[in-house]
Design a protein. Structure first.
Ligand code: GRF
Length: 211
């Protein structure tokens, strides 16, 4: 994977608010950061995520599904944009579309995601609501490699977040989100510094990683 100037180049795909994108950009701007953000790509031109990237001087690219005759053509355009940015690592950060095996095959073992639950519990949409409805006492967030399932790939890092009495989806989500920002930046740093096998061969991460 390309690493000009010694830093791992990252492309971030986001569909909305972009707080994880913001956390990654902020971490990449710290002195000695082992990665840089090469591009932000969204399926919606009007989202805060792209505005945040532009404010940070990062290339912000909108690629809309309706501009393409098929999902295959749309996914190919997403992959072309990510590849053109020179990114070696693709970070999904609230990207609301499932990427096809054809997209993933362009970056084998090189796509990661953050999800607001302790996977494999509560994959898919509304993970925080699912956790509250199940009455779990501890939930959290997960950074994982992306495979062709939904929220099923090898787990990189997790953080636990206790459910408090009287929690609402909003309260719980905001406490989980704070942890997402921490573990997402840490996971990218660990990948960029060679502490995680990368590109990932697709097996569960069982070996001890340095804290
Ligand atoms: C986060 O909760 C993330 O776990 C999920 O989508 C949300 C994105 O939030 N995949 P943001 O756009 O990064 O603020």
């Amino acid at each position: 994977m390309p690493r000009p100037s010694g830093k791992l180049k990252v492309a971030i795909l986001a569909s909305g608010r972009g707080s994880n994108l913001g956390a990654l950009i902020a971490a990449s701007a710290l002195p000695g950061a082992p990665f840089c953000v090469a591009a932000a790509i969204s399926d919606n031109p009007d989202v805060p995520a792209l505005a945040r990237a532009r404010e940070a001087g990062i290339e912000a690219i909108a690629i809309q599904r309706q501009s393409f005759p098929s999902k295959a053509a749309f996914d190919a355009a997403l992959a072309d944009a990510a590849e053109k940015s020179g990114a070696g690592l693709i970070c999904l950060a609230g990207f609301m579309r499932v990427l096809s095996p054809a997209f993933l095959s362009r970056f084998p073992g090189g796509v990661i995601n953050v999800h607001p639950s302790l996977l494999p519990s509560f994959p898919g949409l509304d993970a925080q609501k699912q956790a509250l409805e199940h009455g779990v006492k501890i939930t959290g967030c997960t950074v994982h490699f992306v495979d062709d399932g939904v929220d099923t790939g090898p787990i990189i890092l997790q953080a636990a977040v206790p459910v408090e009495p009287g929690d609402t989806v909003e309260l719980l989500s905001s406490r989980i989100l704070a942890q997402e920002h921490l573990i997402y930046t840490k996971a990218v740093e660990m990948i960029a510094t060679g502490q995680i096998p990368f590109p990932h061969p697709g097996r569960p991460l069982l070996s001890k990683t340095k804290e």
